[in-house]
Structures are given as structure tokens and as C-alpha cells.
Design a protein around this ligand. Structure first.
Ligand SMILES: Cc1ncc(COP(=O)(O)O)c(C=O)c1O
Length: 443
């Protein structure tokens, strides 16, 4: 299935042209393969390739188009803004869509988080959060989680806790200590997730005391881990963590880049866990595919920035902000949180039925429509990475797009547009179930 190395048999002329140009002109050497299809359009939870073949999209462009591909309300808002102003730099002059979106985010953000900085990508907003935490606290170190992922820039990789994403780029920034992720399935307490949560929270206290110089500015974590394999923490974990952080005067940066914007059944995933972060970072689902990211915090933390400390040329782009506002209004109007919660619960129960018939599935976990299926080879929980890749490829062949994740690439990820219908979800589950069977029988 390696498009950029081996072309598929008999591609149409238009596809062949794109494959060839990718081969000759696009750098793709950093990915194992690019799927051998050329996508030309998308609507809702469906994308179409150059041959007119439709695919059910259960990965949403890596968890981005939460309100559906080419959502008409979002597109209309972006088009209207494009007719008026595309760019003028929202930090040199006042721009209305930037102001309107920041105001809207203040109404949906947890607790008293009310001031927003806009960037272009998740990594950019993470870099901003790390810098702001240092400026506000006057401290310099960070605590992060093993398996966490925060982006591909240097600071973001420095707080990311996995060799797979970091290899080749080190050494990374000093002053980052890692604590275990609250992953009950691979912990010593698989049957007692809350104990796993308590022990993993305690490990943060240990990391502060034994692995830092006591100069910790912030703890950074994804409320639900995405790239690390869809890790949903036990319900009490973040409350325990927050108590420890407060005792040490350490800020909590919640990375909602992947789990935010209704993905988990609440506007922000941290709302499931009863704590308010000091800094909330979002991107991906914020503008239904238009490039935009946000850092939202309390006014007194934002005021740690002094003139000259920060900026972003494209940050707060008027078209992306207009799209973002329309996107959030659509989510509220259509109750995407409620839909994601209900359909996610249904899908997880069906995945568990499938699991009961196939020992290749070690764990089914998720929150809302952020679902991970971890594959194992045996009772020692040996990751079944090649099987996971094979299932993803068979799904693609049969018209279903899903993602792959986890530290060992053994977790299949279902993160569809949140507008996906129950009928489409059933179709996706059927295609997945057949692919699982096919790969199991071929091994
Ligand atoms: C949790 C998390 N944080 C940050 C990032 C980086 O976002 P971007 O690729 O937009 O820079 C990602 C990307 O996958 C992510 O999943």
C-alpha cells in the first residue's frame, strides 16, 4: 500500500499525475507510506477519490473536521470573510473575526479562562504555552507524560514522551521530566483503574521531588491522549494531579489539540475530570479544517507577556477565525457534544462485542468519538503492530479510513467527523469487523 514508493496498479490518469508529482516534488520520506488514493472532495463523513469512489472517513483528517467535511455553514462564513479581508496581521491591527472568536471561546472555555492567543498549528500554540508558563512563574522546568505528544517543533517535541516521534532530532531541551501515563490497561492495576490513577498522580509528585531542581513552571498533559493510543485517564486522576500541582505552585497546561471541540462528548475533554487548567491549548477541531490554534488562559497569566515577547504573522487569520466561529455555533446548534457522547457509547459497546469474539483485540477504550482499539499478540500484551497496519489497509481497500497510533503502532483509532450518522457508524463497524476477521485468518 506504499503509494510514494510503489504505485498502485491501474490508477486513473488524474490519480497517476498526482502520484507522480508527489514522487517527484513532495517530501514524504518521513512517513512510512502515503495511502494510495487521491482525495478530491469531502462532505460530512464521506470523502471521494479521483475515480469517484467514496470512503467513509473515520479519521477526519487526524481528528480535525469535527463538524464534517466542507460543512456548509463554515464554508459560507469563510467565503464571506474572504470577499472582505484575507490577511492584515491580527496583532498589528484590530480585526473583527479575531475579536468575535476570542469572545466566543471565552464563553465555552472551562472556568475563568477568558483570554486567547491565536496561532496556526497545535505545535505553535504549545510553544506559546511553554513560554508563557515560564514568563508567568519565573520558573523553567516542565513535567510531562510518557507517551504524550505535543507537536513537531523543538519545544513541543521536548515535552513529548515517546522515542518514535523524537528519534533523530535530539538532544532535546533540558529540564523536562516524565511521569507514567495513567494507562490502566498496561499498568499494574488493570482491574482497578482508580488505583492506577492514584499511583500515576503520586508519580508526578515523585518526579517533581526526585527528577527536577524544584524549578517547575508547568505540568503539560493531554486530557485524553491521542497519538499515544487513545488513553482515557481514570476519573479521579486529574483531580489528584491538580492537588499536587497546587501544592507546588505549578501550572497545568491542558493540551486539547486533539481531544477538544466536542470530540469526547464535551466541548473540552478536561470537563469530564472536574478540574480547570491554567492554560488550555486547542487546534485541530477549532475551525473544521482551516488552519488555526488557540491558547486560552486567565487574564493575569496572559499579562505575563510584555511588549516584544511574542507574535504570529498569520495567527488569528480572519478567514480561519470566521470559520472557527461558524464551526462552534454549528456544534452548539446541532448538539455535537450530545451526539458524540451517545454514538461513542454505542460504538464502544459494539467494539466490545467484537472483542469478545476475537482475542487479537486487547482493549477497547474511548470517550465520545475518540476511540482506540489496542491489538495484542498474546496474554503478555505483546503489541500486534503489523496486524494493526494490515487491518487499516484492508479497511482502506474496503472503503473505510481509520487511523493508527500508540507507542508501538498497535492501536486502531476511530475519530470520525462528529456528524457521522448511526447508519454510517454501523457500516464502519461492519467493514472493520470483516477486516479484523480477514487479517486474523491470514496470520
Ligand atoms: C495532542 C496534540 N498536541 C499537539 C499536536 C500538534 O499539532 P499540529 O500538528 O497542528 O502542530 C498534535 C498533533 O497531532 C496533538 O495530537
Amino acid at each position: 500500500m506504499e503509494m510514494n514508493k510503489t504505485l498502485p496498479k491501474n490508477p486513473g490518469e488524474q490519480a497517476l499525475d498526482t502520484f507522480q508529482k508527489y514522487r517527484d516534488y513532495v517530501i514524504t520520506d518521513f512517513v512510512k507510506s502515503v495511502a494510495p488514493i487521491v482525495i478530491v472532495k469531502g462532505a460530512g463523513a464521506v470523502v471521494t477519490d479521483t475515480d469517484g469512489r467514496e470512503y467513509l472517513d473515520c479519521f477526519a483528517g487526524i481528528s480535525v473536521v469535527n463538524a464534517g467535511h466542507c460543512n456548509p455553514a463554515v464554508i459560507a462564513a469563510a467565503k464571506a470573510q474572504m470577499e472582505k479581508l484575507v490577511h492584515c496581521s491580527s496583532y498589528l491591527y484590530h480585526v473583527q473575526p479575531t475579536a468575535d472568536l476570542a469572545e466566543k471561546i471565552a464563553t465555552i472555555a472551562p472556568g475563568d479562562l477568558s483570554k486567547t492567543f491565536f496561532g496556526n498549528s497545535g505545535a505553535e500554540a504549545i510553544e506559546t504555552a511553554l513560554k508563557l508558563a515560564r514568563l508567568y512563574t519565573g520558573r523553567h522546568e516542565f513535567i510531562a507524560l510518557q507517551g504524550g505528544f505535543h507537536g513537531r517543533s523543538y519545544g513541543a517535541l521536548s515535552v513529548s514522551g515517546g522515542w518514535a516521534r523524537k528519534k533523530g532530532g535530539g538532544p532535546y531541551a533540558a529540564g523536562v521530566s516524565f511521569a507514567p501515563a495513567p494507562n490502566a490497561f498496561r499498568s499494574l492495576w488493570p482491574d482497578d483503574p482508580e488505583e492506577c490513577g492514584r499511583q500515576c498522580a503520586r508519580a508526578i509528585d515523585d518526579a517533581i521531588r526526585f527528577s527536577t531542581s524544584g524549578d517547575v513552571a508547568a505540568f503539560i498533559a493531554e486530557p485524553v491522549m491521542g497519538e499515544g493510543g487513545i488513553i482515557v485517564p481514570p476519573s479521579g486522576y486529574f483531580r489528584e494531579v491538580k492537588k499536587i500541582l497546587d501544592r507546588h505552585g505549578i501550572l497545568f497546561i491542558a493540551d486539547e489539540v486533539q481531544c477538544g471541540f466536542a470530540r469526547t462528548g464535551k466541548m473540552f475533554a478536561i470537563e469530564h475530570f472536574g478540574v480547570v487548567p491554567d492554560i488550555l491549548v486547542s487546534a485541530k477541531g477549532i475551525a473544521d479544517g482551516f488552519p488555526l490554534s488557540a491558547l486560552t488562559t486567565r487574564p493575569e497569566i496572559a499579562a505575563a507577556f510584555k511588549p516584544g515577547d511574542h507574535l504570529s504573522t498569520f495567527g488569528g487569520n480572519p478567514v480561519s477565525c470566521a470559520a472557527g466561529l461558524a464551526n462552534i455555533k454549528f456544534m452548539e446548534r446541532e448538539n455535537l457534544c450530545g451526539h458524540a457522547a451517545a454514538l461513542g457509547e454505542y460504538a464502544i459497546s459494539r467494539f466490545r462485542e467484537i472483542q469478545s469474539r476475537n482475542p487479537l483485540i486487547g482493549d477497547v477504550r474511548g470517550l465520545g468519538l475518540m476511540i482506540g482499539i489496542e491489538l495484542i499478540k498474546d496474554r503478555m500484551l505483546t503489541p500486534a503492530s503489523s496486524e494493526a497496519e494490515a487491518i487499516r489497509d484492508v479497511c482502506l481497500r474496503n472503503g473505510l479510513l481509520i487511523g493508527l497510533g500508540g507507542i508501538d503502532g498497535s492501536v486502531l483509532r476511530f475519530q470520525p467527523p462528529l456528524v457521522i450518522s448511526k447508519k454510517q457508524m454501523d457500516q464502519a463497524l461492519d467493514i472493520f469487523s470483516a477486516a479484523l476477521q480477514e487479517v486474523t485468518q491470514s496470520k
